[in-house]
Design a protein around this ligand. Structure first.
Ligand code: PRX
Length: 657
């Protein structure tokens, strides 16, 4: 269960919280109407799949459910790239903007570019033909290690066009982390870029990829390098080719590379995410159910209109970007903003300038980003005309009521509905969320399961917890975008998600339900921590630390942080008589950044002669969090040596790290 103090806080909030009734004006024009909840689960998704997707061959059966594996829309044939690109061009929407691309340098830079659906089709066809020339075809796995450039969407869609499953590795991961993931999937082609632009600076990307590929065994035969900055990069003869050269002579005629008819259940992509052990999990997503799920939720949750300008400020390298920057919006023929940069560059107004410039009406971001803006002060948002905004979304971590209220008031003019959306890499699309115009809103609550979603809270024995209670969040019935397992690891799939309860999917999150039946998410209850909305396995951090020569043993945990939600604290015991200096702490933090990526770099490294172990030699992990947060420890009587924790508490107080 979640730690008691979190539950108490949320409980108090739930009682005292404000409630915003759905607004009449908004309700009248909303995509979702109250009867949306009336249909049965299968009927709801059946109707959505028919309405929102274009099928080469209609499906024969909506659902086959043999727990823990689901199949949706059986017998259907379709192609994701056709649904996201070609059909819009064929329907006369070729001139509609798919992406307003804003480079790292911001919306005033003339390098901003609009990419229409016709442009996207041309780029996708050319790149798909390029990939074909490298031997990629139906079923060939492709790795994509790019930053937030339009080509990341082009590469994903080119793969989808060919029926080649992709795995995108977040551009901020280290080259080693990238190589491990493409190695695991058996990719033969890796698509990357020369350098990334990050807050006005260039960051090596190709060099990182090279380093990873030289230290990890993979099947990579070709590396395609997008020239983003034109910086000098080493190219390996026979293996590496520039994107620009690869596409130069390729045909842009869609007939030259028709969309491969894919079975509903054919693999669309793997996305690796962190679990409770060090090895990342390859989450499997297939074609039709995923596409139906993302298109439907994108339409209703954000109240998307034909002339909407929608902006999801996440990174395509995470599931949020897959589902709500690429596949969902494009499957709905929407216009999106794609921003390469970060919230504070070139100035703290950049987000608001983008919204003003393009007339964005839907913004989807994370609580961490909102808290950054709060820290900088409301004057930045308030000095821009943000009256185009209609709907504000939040995702990735629990949103504290203060951030929710600030978002609605200073960004949303005090009237925009804020939709706090709960979901996971594994769920593929949003599962718990208010529907704007229909659901009364409560700051800090994700409110109700989406139509066609059967969520509940179970206690440890598997009993459903009623209003006012807390426990573990579960899903009792399948949904279309649910993962179809973990790549090559049936046992881990069953173990992680289906062994805790006999009849439900265990999400790994603690949650409470209030008297109105609204859900309040409380955060992870396992060894996964959430830093700035990025999911990190503490075990993976520990493996990276013990990989360092000086480290004998390491234990990492997430402690609460007012800005990033959680921050990683690493307790480290050193080998022999090595000394725990500030320099070594800094070196260890860098070592983790190099092994996994900067996102996993511990906020603090605390040296300790020993770990809090039970008599059977197991680290009592519950204590680590309490020590890191300076909280009371509770029962420590099973510890082998209770004085160890006292020393650790002193170290934390002294801020050793
Ligand atoms: O703990 C929950 C948290 O993020 C986890 C999923 O992380 P990931 O697979 O990286 O996907 C993030 C984006 C969908 C969940 O298990 N989480 C996500 N959204 C929320 C949330 N926690 C509370 N409220 C949310 N709205």
């Amino acid at each position: 269960m979640a730690d008691d103090d979190t539950s108490t806080t949320i409980d108090t909030l739930a009682k005292d919280t404000k409630r915003y009734e759905a607004d009449g004006e908004f309700t009248r024009q909303a995509n979702a109407q109250p009867d949306i909840y009336d249909a049965s689960l299968e009927d709801f998704w059946d109707a959505q799949a028919k309405q929102r997707l274009d099928w080469f061959t209609p499906y024969e059966q909506v659902l086959e459910w043999e727990q823990p594996y689901a199949k949706w829309f059986l017998g259907g044939k379709l192609n994701a790239a056709h649904n996201c690109v070609d059909r819009w061009v064929e329907h006369g929407q070729g001139d509609k903007v798919a992406y307003h691309f804003v480079p790292d340098s911001g919306p005033d830079d003339p390098a901003c570019r609009d990419i229409t659906y016709a442009d996207l089709q041309r780029d996708v066809v050319k790149f798909a033909n390029g990939l074909k020339s490298l031997g990629v075809g139906k079923g060939t796995p492709v790795g994509i290690y790019l930053q937030m450039v339009p080509e990341i969407a082009v590469a994903m869609l080119a793969c989808a066009r060919l029926g080649a499953p992709h795995t995108v590795i977040f551009g901020g991961y280290s080259g080693t982390a990238a190589a491990e993931r493409v190695g695991d999937m058996g990719c033969t082609v890796l698509v990357t870029q020369d350098e990334a632009m990050r807050a006005g600076k260039t960051v090596e990307q190709k060099a990182n990829a090279d380093e990873g590929l030289s230290s990890v065994r993979t099947k990579i035969e070709h590396v395609v390098v997008l020239q983003r900055t034109g910086g000098d990069v080493a190219m390996q003869d026979g293996r590496d080719v520039f994107w620009q050269d690869l596409v130069a002579d390729q045909s842009e005629d869609p007939e030259s590379c028709p969309c491969e008819p894919m079975d509903s259940e054919d693999l669309l992509f793997l996305l690796y995410t962190s679990g409770t052990t060090g090895k990342p999990k390859g989450v499997v997503h297939t074609t039709a159910g995923y596409l139906a799920g993302v298109a439907t939720t994108h339409h209703y949750v954000f109240d998307l209109k034909p002339d909407s300008v929608y902006w999801c400020a996440a990174d395509v390298g995470w599931i949020t970007g897959h589902s709500y920057i690429v596949y969902g919006p494009l499957a709905n023929g929407a216009t999106s903003v794609l921003f390469e940069g970060t919230p504070g560059h070139p100035d703290k107004d950049v987000w608001w300038s983008i919204i003003e410039k393009y007339g964005v009406d839907i913004l989807y971001t994370s609580p961490t980003a909102i808290r950054s803006h709060m820290k900088w002060g409301p004057e930045h948002a308030e000095s821009h005309d943000l009256s185009s905004l209609r709907v504000l979304g939040s995702v990735g971590e629990p949103i504290n009521p203060e951030a929710w209220e600030w978002y609605r008031r200073h960004v949303g003019g005090g009237t925009c509905p804020v939709v706090d959306t709960w979901w996971q890499t594994e769920t593929g699309h949003i599962l718990i969320t208010p529907l704007p115009g229909i659901t009364p809103l409560k700051p800090g609550s994700a409110t109700k399961p989406f139509p066609g979603v059967d969520a509940a809270i179970y206690d440890d024995e598997g009993n459903t917890v009623g209003p006012g209670g807390g426990g573990n969040l579960v899903l009792r019935s399948p949904w279309p975008g649910m993962m179809r397992g973990l790549f090559n690891d049936d046992e881990r799939y069953r173990d992680s998600y289906w062994s805790k309860y006999s009849d439900a999917y265990f999400a790994g999150d603690g949650a409470r339900v209030d008297e109105d039946g609204d859900f309040w998410l409380l955060g992870r209850i396992d060894d996964v921590t959430n830093v700035s909305g990025h999911r990190i396995s503490t075990t993976e951090v520990e493996s990276a630390l013990v990989d360092h020569d000086s480290v004998a043993e390491a234990a990492a945990t997430g402690r609460k942080d007012p800005d990033t939600g959680h921050a990683i604290v690493a307790f480290v015991s050193l080998r022999g008589d090595r000394e725990g200096t500030d320099e070594l702490a800094a070196e260890l933090r860098e070592h983790v950044a190099k092994q996994i990526g900067k996102l996993a770099r511990p906020a603090e490294v605390i040296f300790t002669p020993d770990m809090p172990k039970t008599r059977s030699g197991k680290i009592m992990r519950r204590l680590l969090k309490n020590i890191a947060e300076g909280e009371p420890l509770g029962d420590t009587s099973t510890l082998l040596d209770p004085t160890v924790v006292e020393t650790m508490q002193e170290q934390v107080k002294a801020g050793k790290g």
